[in-house]
Ligand binder design. Structure first.
Ligand SMILES: NC(=O)c1ccc[n+]([C@@H]2O[C@H](COP(=O)([O-])OP(=O)(O)OC[C@H]3O[C@@H](n4cnc5c(N)ncnc54)[C@H](O)[C@@H]3O)[C@@H](O)[C@H]2O)c1
Length: 357
């Protein structure tokens, strides 16, 4: 069992990581909150797989459970689904001394967390993440949101959970494409802050990963917690978590979100940018090749067919105007990153394709 404390003053909380935690999470939760009724929010896939087990563990510890289930998928991170949740919480008679549990991937955490942040001006919530993205990233740090027709995560807030309970065994049922998607973010952590995590990933593969989940998730959560502690509202250092994301988002958008997952976009972004910064002498020689080899190990792409000029219109959205600046996160070497402000007219130099990818 691993425990990581996120020190945010009165909003501090613990992340507990343990194989098999699901079956005794009710007892762990009792130590954190005294709520009577819990609204357990999950999508239909996670509820079908694990909803009964979670409910049993919570009931055994004296909680009254109301399961609220929505259709799986990003399209549920919507105002319409948010309204459904508010109604369900009202129907369940939830008060501010009760609590919400978000049980699922990043969609569930973001949607359910925003419902908790705003229902009755905020009721306590607990994250039980079930995908890699959620276990290493979205459940920690308090960003909660829904999408608007005009863009992703456009209505949201910062609202910290009371606790995060992570059971890596739940990843056993996660489809392989979502495993690889999550590995894009895991590799990113190694790149920006943890050379030994990167080296560990170079020795592991799809088959041996499950034996290392606790270790890998723990390291990622520790990195994210430390960054969030210093920059909770994403005004400075937290930006380094966006390594690979500027180009990655452009890849996702260029292909209309239908072709590449988020992690695949980030993978392409990390590789493409590092090839360029290496060529410019900003990154230690050999870094890009190592990243590309590691991405391939987890079936992640390091390049796309789209040309740099195809991607350019999707880079930085509002920041692409001539003369405006965009901050790239670049690597000096594996495990060490820095912020690099780039003038608008220089951005194309950082997204040129390289033949050897
Ligand atoms: N708040 C943040 O800081 C933050 C950070 C990163 C990503 N996000 C958000 O997270 C979302 C993506 O997260 P995601 O990839 O977890 O998506 P997701 O929640 O849609 O989960 C992906 C799929 O996996 C299924 N699933 C979940 N757990 C499973 C399990 N254990 N076994 C089998 N299937 C399972 C789900 O039903 C879903 O179909 C995006 O909306 C993104 O914006 C938020």
């Amino acid at each position: 069992m691993k425990q990581i404390h996120v020190n945010l003053g009165k909003d501090s909380y613990d992340i507990q990581i343990e194989k098999g935690l699901l079956d005794h999470v009710g007892a762990a939760l009792r130590k954190v909150i005294q709520a009577r009724t819990l609204a357990v929010i999950s999508d239909d896939t996670v509820d079908g797989l694990y909803g009964g087990r979670l409910e049993r563990s919570l009931q055994e510890n004296g909680f009254t459970v109301r399961r609220m289930v929505f259709p799986a998928g990003e399209s549920s991170k919507s105002l319409r689904m948010l309204a459904n949740l508010y109604q369900g919480m009202a129907d369940a008679g939830l008060t501010r001394s009760d609590a919400v549990i978000t049980f699922g991937g990043g969609v569930t955490g973001d949607l359910g967390g925003f419902a908790a942040a705003t229902y009755l001006r905020g009721i306590p919530f607990i994250q039980i993440p079930t995908t890699i993205i959620a276990q290493v990233d979205s459940s920690v740090g308090g960003k909660v949101a829904v999408d608007l027709p005009s863009g992703k995560n456009q209505a949201g807030s910062f609202y910290q959970p009371k606790a995060v309970f992570i059971d890596p065994e739940l990843l056993q049922t996660l489809p392989i494409r979502f495993i690889h998607d999550g590995m894009g973010e895991v590799i990113k952590y190694g790149c920006i802050r943890d050379r030994s995590l990167f080296e560990l990933l170079e020795t592991v593969d799809d088959n041996s990963l499950p034996a290392y989940w606790e270790e890998i998730i723990g390291r990622c959560c520790a990195i994210k917690a430390a960054i969030v502690e210093r920059d909770v509202f994403d005004l400075g250092e937290r930006m380094i978590l966006n390594f690979g994301h500027t180009i990655g988002h452009a890849v996702e958008r260029y292909y209309s979100y239908g072709c590449y997952t988020h992690g695949e976009g980030v993978a392409v972004g990390m590789a493409m940018l590092t090839c360029r910064t290496e060529a410019m002498g900003l990154t230690q020689i050999g870094t890009a090749e190592r990243i590309i080899r590691l991405l391939k190990r987890y079936s992640l792409p390091a390049a796309v067919r789209a040309s740099a000029s195809d991607l350019l219109p999707y880079i930085g959205h509002d920041k692409k105007k001539r003369g405006s600046r965009l901050t790239f996160i670049i690597l000096k070497k594996i495990g060490v990153c820095e912020l690099l402000p780039v003038a608008g007219e220089d951005i194309p130099h950082y997204i040129r394709k390289r033949e050897f990818i």
